[in-house]
Design a protein around this ligand. Sequence first.
Ligand code: GTP
Ligand code: MG
Length: 472
Amino acid sequence: MNAIDLSVDQPIAALASPPGGSARGIVRVSGNNIRNVLAGWFEPQDIDAWNSAKSARSHAGIIRMKGETRPMEIPVQVLLWPNRRSYTGQPVIEIHMPGSPCLLEAVLNEVYRHGARPARPGEFTLRAFLAGKLDLLQAEAVLGVIDANDQAELETALSQLAGGISTKLSNLRRDLLELLADLEAGLDFIEEDIEFVSRQDVIDRLSQSRQFVDGLVRQTVERMQSRVRPQVVLAGLPNAGKSTLFNKLAGSNLALVSPERGTTRDFLTRAVNWNGLSFDLIDTAGWEADAQGIAADAQQKRISQLSRANLVIWCTSASLSDVERAFDDELLTNQQDKTSSTIRLITKSDLVPSTACETKESTTVHCDTVRISALSEAGLAEFEVALRRHLSNGHGRSSQWLGMTSARCRETLDSLANALERCERAARAPSVGDELIAVDLREALDHLGVILGVIYTDDILDRVFSKFCIGK
Ligand SMILES: Nc1nc2c(ncn2[C@@H]2O[C@H](COP(=O)(O)OP(=O)(O)OP(=O)(O)O)[C@@H](O)[C@H]2O)c(=O)[nH]1
Ligand SMILES: [Mg+2]
């Protein structure tokens, strides 16, 4: 949406089912006097029920339209929300019919001919927001649900939609408004020397709110960021050089490295920024058959980390024998069935002349393969190219909405935390009067209003709603 249209009276309409053929197609219309849009061409089976409907229900009937060659009669179900208790907070109808694209287009055109105009992207959700049905965080969460690429993203979006931090922030806003009211009541009676709230009470309430916001800044923003950071898991046989590579990419000596097989037991995670690439890198124990005791626990952790991986870096030592290499191929193929994205690294390439390596190139495994040596750093540039390609696949777009929400949250939560800190500092200074504390408190409430969408600007609305698709 380029210019945000905040008028809500004219009915808007769009296809609400996915584009292309499907068993059932839906045309959605939202606006006032909604029944007029269908007047004269929709014939409900129970006309009285249609005309007098006071609550949401489905109405069977027939739509009659002029066809190219002869009149058309289409059996439809029309879902009518006659009042404000709909998704958009205004009357809504949904026409459910067979999902033929031509038919849907014809019905949509008829709806336009009868007073509705085409909805812009996100306009249904915008109307819900303007009707107070959703706050901005929830509107963004709708976008998250539409855009979610995997279960984790969907869960985050749904929990945000169900309340999540919106509810917590709304409660905080309520608490701060009460505190402001107490302070301002005191200002009105300043001459009479009546105290509505003690200074200690003000300090305690502010301190509680500030700690809550500090915690929220840490928790939510970190959680949102870590959710969008791709999980890159190092896996392979014992002694393949996984931990050595982990240390190299993490720029640390965090992981134990030794020539002994089975050195890594627990898994190790590090947020890595390597040559501009951001991801969570996870080192795991080497693959082991029939592990017992603590080794079995290590295998369980390895499997669980692999199940969450966005990308598996499978390490295969260049010095494996032919038999070992065939076994490694088999393990890798099994792993590939479970992971969407894999890069194979032939590690320790400095130990084996490259010609010998080349003759061992696998014919059974199909995946990006790069030969590297963590020791001599040979091949790291090629590895970086492969990594960049895999991480940009599917991880850019899907995380856009989360990034957008967290960026807006971060900016404003930081300002909110600062305003509350100033407020608390003022309250702790005996020489500062209540009227100055109230000034900082109002500023804190403004920040909170921005994040919740109680205060909004065209710029924020544009940023949120321009990301939607038509029909939502
Ligand atoms: N020559 C050479 N040796 C390497 C290279 N990378 C790792 N190594 C050696 O290989 C041995 C095993 O390395 P690790 O990094 O511990 O291997 P790992 O895969 O983590 O092993 P586990 O934790 O036992 O599964 C160590 O002695 C490393 O020094 C390399 O690029 N070249
Ligand atoms: Mg290791």
